[in-house]
Design a protein around this ligand. Sequence first.
Ligand code: G1P
Length: 293
Amino acid sequence: MTKRIRKAVFPVAGLGTRFLPATKSIPKEMLTVVDRPVLQHVVDEAKEAGIEHFVFVTGRGKAVIEDHFDMSYELEDTLQKRGKKKEYDALMADLPAAGATSFTRQQAPLGLGHAVWCARDIVGDEPFAVLLPDMVTMAGAKKSRCLAQCVEAYDRYGGNIIAVEEVPPEETHQYGVVSIGKDEGHTFEITGMVEKPPKGTAPSTSIISGRYILGPEIFKILETQERGAGGEIQLTDGMKSLAKNQGFHGVRFDGRTYDTGSKLGFLMANAAFALASPELAGPYKAELKKLLG
Ligand code: G1P
């Protein structure tokens, strides 16, 4: 029997340099895809996968993230007094249960592996999920988002799970890349991984796409993990060490992933979510047609 995945870590300390000047005073995770902050979409995905405790690894200048997941007394009071029940109910539906969030700070930008390690005491001795907030996913035919599909794979295989995506060969150097062993289509055995392989050296075109389920043993490894690609403490390097003793499986997500950390990915996410909204799809399409001439 596998343990239930109850906790998820959201590394949200990144500076958002790819999105300046928008992210000068607003955390990149709070930019919106239609009317929800990017991070809210990712938290929604975690909730859908059964996550009960949300651990945010933040940094300086990110305090509004904590406010977003708290009550907003004045706003809520005003909405109620003005009879704006729909808006009030929507805010309440998104509010995490009391005590279901934790916030810790990564004091210096030392890399993703270091950010995840910062959550060690809050996660404790149980398997947990990691969701990179830049990546916003949308359900495909399976009607579940990426983390739910990872949890399904975890219930089947145990061990550790990494979601992957296919990218063109010329883009693999920007990501973590996995080697593929026994392949069952939707899932496969991971036999190796490398962070940001130099151009032309990637073992496959399957990149690590920002959803993980990891055993707590990763924390001990990350504690002494040396700096890797880009001079940063890399989660991929830690996972590589863990893979010497524990199984890793890959999940090919049935759905779409948008990298909202890039300008084009952010625009595509907005377009995709607008087109999926019953209220916006019609008028949005009409306006797009006009724009495209
Ligand atoms: C991180 C991970 C990398 C992964 C990528 C997905 O890299 O280290 O393995 O492929 O996220 O976006 P970063 O984007 O922080 O450079």
